[in-house]
Write a protein that binds this ligand. Structure first.
Ligand code: HEC
Ligand code: HEC
Length: 453
């Protein structure tokens, strides 16, 4: 049976406003976003640069609940745009229970020096990370174990969906859905999520160097900045910058764990050496986007600062920078860090962390759900601009489609009945051009993408 989805009408047809529309002729800009010149890290692999169409496919996948076993959980269930792509809950709800660690915010992942992902850095790169949640028994349920279907069942499911047949063709030149292609598209989308419009960025851009006080900061925020940057010791710093490296505030790849050793399920977890960027920890009013740390054990930034002010104990794997000097040279430290910050200094540090929050991250449509409330994405619109040549002989019809996709051009006199039509392949720029040899009575033309099921 042939299934047909209409993806463009030469005549203008009004779509109801409620329908979610993915307009592939007017892609959001993911590939040439402005990155400040003081940001010089980029973990984009050479074989997977961000493209507008690739990140668009990634966006649809990221928000599509059909990527989970019970079709109720998408990546965005746990990575919410309004929470800087993290979760307000300590543990997030997956298809089979709740997660063992707190969901990480996804901000500026592209600009992280440490390009292994997850709290314990078990994913060797972002591409490989992206299909692990799908294969997690609790999160999305295509684990291939414990009675779960495996990933090939998901690949099959995605291959059946017309929208993906169009999108995979548009991105990769052919319809086939594979794990590697899903990884590439999802990684492009995650890498596109960036935040560089904070008060810190405005201060940085206008200061002669990052070490001077910023004129757009309060005195407290500037005090907090100095404490964050300076090493602990006589200068009165807290040494945060050694691990959360400005101006991206991503984690030092050589960090050990930071003395937070709890686990959501109880017990000890000494494996966590990665932190998301410290940008967008809180909203514009200073309210946290959910609890902090891998075990979600800290509800406020003041609790975080109190932790570093007096690390509870020296445990195996604690970063040496968070331990006191060893009692004998070359020996193991026995005393964990004591910063002896005053209440005012702690408050200043919290205020400074608040300056790292941006605003576009939370509202840019390009990172929002493309689906409507009923999880439907009704049309992929390819509006056609029809050009008729003057005179009686021939007329040329031109429309913008998805590059290299083959469409069928149908015509109609009344928008009710359509003829069988002819096949036209869009060129590498997406141009569909067809010269109609003789005068047709038809007034309406429709490009459809056909797929056999
Ligand atoms: C059920 C909740 C849940 C779902 C669904 C989910 N995640 Fe996550 N995500 C988490 C948790 C929890 C972590 C941290 C896990 C860990 O470190 O063990 C995480 C970590 C990540 C990270 C690592 C970030 C970093 O800085 O290291 C990325 C990237 C990510 N998720 C992307 C995705 C993508 C893409 C999807 C969809 C394919 C997805 N997640 C689905 C909960 C979820
Ligand atoms: C030795 C390296 C190191 C130093 C120094 C350090 N941190 Fe961390 N930080 C980490 C690691 C590793 C994590 C992730 C820990 C975890 O969740 O288990 C982390 C997590 C955090 C988090 C939670 C992030 C989140 O998404 O939940 C905040 C906030 C934070 N650190 C702030 C600070 C501040 C403020 C300072 C200075 C007082 C500081 N850190 C000093 C390594 C360090």
């Amino acid at each position: 049976m042939k299934k047909i989805i209409t993806i463009g009408l030469a005549a203008s047809v009004s779509l109801s406003a409620q329908e979610a529309i993915l307009d592939l002729t007017k892609l959001h800009s993911y590939s040439d976003q402005e990155v400040p010149d003081y940001i010089n890290r980029d973990n984009t692999p050479r074989n997977n640069p961000i493209t507008d169409i690739g990140a668009t496919l990634g966006r649809v996948l990221f928000y599509d609940k059909r990527l989970s076993k019970n079709s109720m959980v998408s990546c965005a269930s746990c990575h919410k745009q309004e929470e800087a792509f993290g979760d307000s809950a300590i543990a997030s709800v997956g298809v089979a229970g709740t997660t063992g660690r707190h969901s990480m915010r996804l901000v500026n992942a592209r600009f992280a020096n440490e390009d292994r992902f997850f709290w314990d850095e078990r994913a060797p790169n972002l591409e490989e990370q992206t299909t692990q949640p799908i294969q997690d028994h609790i999160e999305m349920g295509f684990s291939g174990a414990d009675g779960d279907p495996d990933l090939s069942a998901l690949v099959n499911r995605v291959s059946q969906i017309e929208l993906y047949q169009v999108l995979f063709t548009a991105v990769f030149g052919s319809e086939g859905v594979t794990e590697a292609r899903m990884q590439r598209a999802l990684a492009q989308f995650v890498r596109s999520i960036q935040s560089f419009d904070s008060r810190y960025d405005r201060g940085f851009a206008s200061a002669p160097n990052p070490n001077v006080d910023f004129t757009n900061f309060t005195a407290q925020e500037n005090l907090g900045k100095r404490i964050f940057m300076a090493p602990p010791g006589p200068g009165g710093g807290a040494g945060c910058a050694a691990c959360h490296q400005p101006p991206t505030f991503d984690i030092d790849p050589n960090s050990g764990h930071n003395g937070v050793t709890g686990s959501i399920g109880g017990g000890q977890d000494l494996t966590n050496r990665r932190s998301p960027s410290l940008r967008d920890l809180v909203d514009r009013n200073g309210s946290p986007h959910g609890p902090f740390m891998h075990d979600g054990s800290m509800d406020s930034l003041l609790e975080v600062v109190n932790h570093y002010n007096a690390i509870p104990a020296v445990t195996p794997g604690l970063d040496r920078r968070l331990a006191g000097p060893p009692p004998r040279p070359g020996g193991a430290p026995t005393q964990a860090q004591r910063l002896n910050l005053s209440e005012n200094e702690k408050g200043a540090l919290v205020d400074f962390l608040g300056t790292l929050t941006g605003s576009n991250l939370y509202r840019d449509e390009k990172w929002s759900s493309p689906f409507d409330e009923n999880h439907e994405l009704a049309y992929v619109v390819l509006p056609a601009e029809v050009q008729f040549s003057l005179g009686n002989e021939a007329m040329t019809l031109e429309a913008k489609g998805v590059p290299r996709v083959t469409y069928r051009l149908k015509s109609s006199v009344d928008l009710k009945t359509w003829d069988y039509g002819v096949e036209i392949e869009a060129d590498e720029n997406g141009l569909l051009s067809y010269e109609i040899p003789e005068l047709l009575k038809a007034k309406f033309f429709c490009f459809v993408y056909e797929t056999s099921e």
